[in-house]
Design a protein around this ligand. Structure first.
Ligand code: SF4
Length: 370
């Protein structure tokens, strides 16, 4: 089993907080999509298992029309064995939403939409430099349902200066009922417009108290509404987990195609150039596994801790012992004692996990255990 990720690196404009690789110039779109198809073919002999999830991310995949998406899906189906219940997600900006477009995507094979709502407050959307307003975000969710999508996820950002808890609360309350909500804390990444403003002292990060208040609000409000807080940033109703992301957290191999995409086959990781031209040149020359690194035993162990402890299921000690040996698990148990005492960690039925209400400090907890 493996997952497929396709990176579509085009955006209408660059949002000031975003450090995903994308460009606003779409002149090379056709050549780029051909390169992606070629890359899919190049890796076929290395990924011959069944594809259980496909994810179109970016960038803005909803800038592609349904025929372009359909062509990529047909290409995948020709080359790989795709499971009959494969989860196929596409990230969509509300700006491109319409019932006709979403229906065409659905007919092309997309069965899950991840919609970049971010907030349902127009001032906050403006601050984030988004091209849609709150009403358009709500329409996008409605159109998706009308088009036949049962599996919908909405992205929300919190930890934003000037975002009050009551505004965040209003956004979350309105979104209750959507199967899946991904809620992220705003981070001021160095290589973004916000990061540069931060460096010049023009923009401050929210204080710790606000971060905690926003995080607790998501955890409690969505928890009361029947959502499982199943991963640091992910909430699902009725077990509507993102199967694709579960693959990343539970060590499933994945092939990432397109500029800046990362891949992992269980032993090594590699990643494509974060530049469309260099990416296309590499693919044209037929070379595989650019920028690769093999993971040693120590790195695999840390990766195992880091990914599993992000989730509500945490890690299975017996599985860890089988993979990494008894000694590591014994050391882990010793290191976990003070964290168990302070309830930042819990142990149940042979599993060690961080209770979701402490996910905000997951990084610190994991560091103690490494
Ligand atoms: S947040 Fe989305 S739309 Fe905005 S620049 Fe990043 S990838 Fe593009």
């Amino acid at each position: 089993m493996f997952s497929l990720y396709l990176h579509i690196p085009f955006c209408k404009r660059k949002c000031p907080y975003c450090d995903f690789y994308s460009q606003t110039n779409q002149e090379d779109k056709e050549r780029y999509l051909s390169a992606v198809q070629k890359e899919l073919a190049l890796y076929a002999e290395h990924f011959y298992d069944e594809v259980v999830s496909i994810y179109f991310g970016g960038g803005t995949p909803s800038l592609l029309n349904s025929a372009e998406i359909g062509a990529l899906l047909n290409c995948i189906a020709r080359i790989y064995s795709v499971s009959t219940d494969c989860e196929i997600t596409l990230e969509s900006n509300p700006e491109q939403a319409s019932v006709a477009y979403y229906r065409a995507l659905y007919n092309a094979g997309i069965n899950r939409l991840s919609i970049g709502v971010q907030s349902l407050d127009n001032r906050i959307l403006q601050f984030l430099g988004r091209g849609h307003n709150a009403q358009e975000a709500l329409y996008a969710l409605e159109y998706a349902q009308h088009a036949g999508f049962r599996r919908i996820s909405a992205d929300v950002i919190y930890g934003i200066p000037s975002l009050s808890t009551s505004t965040l609360e209003a956004t979350l309350r309105t979104l209750v009922g959507i199967e899946h909500i991904s809620a992220y804390h705003l981070t001021l990444e160095e290589a973004t417009a916000f990061g540069r403003m931060h460096a010049r002292g023009k923009l401050k990060e929210v204080d710790e108290e606000t971060s905690i208040a926003h995080f607790n609000l998501c955890n409690e409000l969505l928890g009361r509404a029947g959502y499982e807080h199943y991963e640091i940033s992910s909430f699902a109703q009725q077990s509507g987990y993102s199967r694709h992301n579960m693959g990343y957290w539970f060590d499933r191999p994945y092939l990432g195609v397109g500029a800046a995409a990362h891949s992992y086959d269980g032993r090594r990781r590699w990643w494509n150039h974060s530049n469309i031209q260099s990416y296309m040149n590499t693919i044209t020359s037929g070379s595989l596994f650019p920028n690769q690194e093999s993971l040693n035993e120590e790195e695999r162990w840390e990766e195992w801790l880091l990914t599993h402890l992000r989730t509500q299921w945490g890690l299975n000690l017996a599985e860890g012992e089988q993979r990494f040996g008894r000694k590591r698990i014994e050391t882990l148990i010793i290191k976990s004692r003070p964290l168990l005492q302070s309830q930042l960690l819990q142990e149940e039925a042979g599993r060690l996990y961080i209770p979701p209400n402490h996910f905000l400090v997951a990084d610190e907890v994991i560091r103690e255990l490494c």
